[in-house]
Design a protein around this ligand. Structure first.
Ligand SMILES: Cc1cc2nc3c(=O)[nH]c(=O)nc-3n(C[C@H](O)[C@H](O)[C@H](O)COP(=O)(O)O)c2cc1C
Length: 370
């Protein structure tokens, strides 16, 4: 096993998406690697997120006269160069000194949407200044005191974030064995750039004995979305639904988009793979609202499958952190470039000109189980 504490590689040396994870694993220490990689429990859901893609094949059409492809799309009214976006992930400054600001600059250059976590290392205002162009959305972890949530929403609005993404799958923190074993103690004081203000300093998730607590009130109900809506004119995106029932409730309470997500397999082990939950959510609310999916998206062909199943956009979490570990801002820029090129190539190979042309007719069943 190569040492992980070694020098960071030159990000430009990254030649393929397939090399990213291994290269990244050599760039950070075991504690940080466990934090990035870990899922909940036995990591069934984490594995399922990947396996779900293998149940589909892409039916390519030949000689369809595709001279050039347009991989871009529109997410909540903003044109983006690619249908994939940077999912919100906490503590990026623990992974590389470039932190969220580095990720923001790379996403701006790539012309893609990026979401930033309440539990960022850099302050949300500094992140916004690093991505003056293109869409950036603020991911809100509801605070126990709604006044603190309101102040975060106001700061995000004042800094030009164009949507509030409310994560709803984290009433308590999932039991993340690998992370706890590898020793990045989230109960230790961590720099939380966005999540705090003087009156109500944000706290990292706490592990107290066998109880896991997060800032969000674990007893919150869907009504809390109404309070968020009252606090802002920005569109509200609900992140972390896995059922038609919850998707409908999110839309009834004013969500303009929903993100089908199991938090990258870090919350409830044995929750369904995100891709498997996508069709029922699309069937329930897809006509009224935008539906995105995240979890296990690694290659351009994965983006095709997710869009063909009805997602309007897809989020990438760990791969961005791998790229950040590998080379900070330049690593993320290189990764986004590689994924974009691969998605455009897959579109052309499938004989489709644009993301809009992707529908169920693109998909076939996967290979029979061995
Ligand atoms: C290290 C790490 C930290 C995360 N932090 C957050 C967070 O602060 N807020 C949030 O809503 N989701 C968070 N997530 C979940 C991601 O937004 C996303 O749902 C998930 O990473 C997608 O799966 P993937 O990693 O397989 O691409 C985190 C995920 C990881 C791996």
């Amino acid at each position: 096993m190569p040492s992980r504490a070694g020098a960071r590689r030159r990000p430009t040396a990254l030649r393929t998406l397939g090399d990213l994870e291994l290269e990244a694993s050599r760039s950070v220490d075991d504690a940080v690697w466990g934090y990035i990689q870990g899922g909940a429990g036995e990591e069934e859901t984490l594995r399922a997120n990947r396996e779900a893609f293998r149940r589909w094949t892409i039916r390519p059409r030949m000689l369809s006269g595709v001279r050039s492809v347009d991989p871009g799309t529109i997410l909540l009214g903003t044109r983006v160069r690619m249908p994939f976006f940077v999912s919100p992930t906490a503590y990026q400054g623990r992974i590389h000194p470039d932190g969220e600001c580095g990720t923001a600059r790379a996403a701006a250059r790539a012309g893609v949407l990026a979401m930033f976590s309440t539990l960022s290392t850099d302050p949300l205002e500094a992140i916004a200044a690093s991505k003056p162009s293109g869409a950036r959305w603020f991911q809100l972890y509801l605070q126990r005191d709604f006044g603190a949530s309101r102040r975060l929403i106001a700061r995000a609005g004042a800094s030009g974030y164009s949507a509030i993404v409310v994560t709803v799958d984290t009433p308590v923190l999932g039991p993340r064995d690998r992370q706890m074993r590898s020793g990045l103690a989230l109960s230790a004081p961590l720099p939380v750039g966005s999540g705090g203000d003087a009156r109500s300093p944000a706290r990292a998730p706490e592990v107290r004995g066998d109880r896991y607590e997060l800032p969000p009130p674990a007893d919150a109900t869907w009504d809390v979305l109404d309070r968020v809506r009252e606090a802002t004119d920005l569109p509200i995106v609900v992140k972390g639904v896995l059922t038609a029932e919850d998707a409908r409730l999110a839309v009834e309470h004013g969500a303009r988009a929903v993100v089908v997500s199991n938090h990258g397999g870090r919350q409830l082990d044995r929750a369904p793979a995100s891709l498997d939950a996508l069709p029922e959510v699309v069937a329930a609310v897809g006509r009224r609202t935008e539906v995105y999916v995240e979890g296990g998206i690694r290659r351009g062909s994965d983006v095709i499958v997710a869009l063909a199943l009805g997602a309007r956009g897809v989020g990438v979490g760990r791969p961005v952190l791998w790229a950040l570990a590998l080379g900070g801002e330049l690593g993320v820029a290189r990764y986004l470039e590689l994924l974009g090129t691969e998605f455009a190539t897959c579109l052309a190979l499938a004989g489709r000109r644009s993301a809009r042309e992707l529908d169920r007719a693109v998909l076939g069943p996967g290979p029979p189980a061995r």
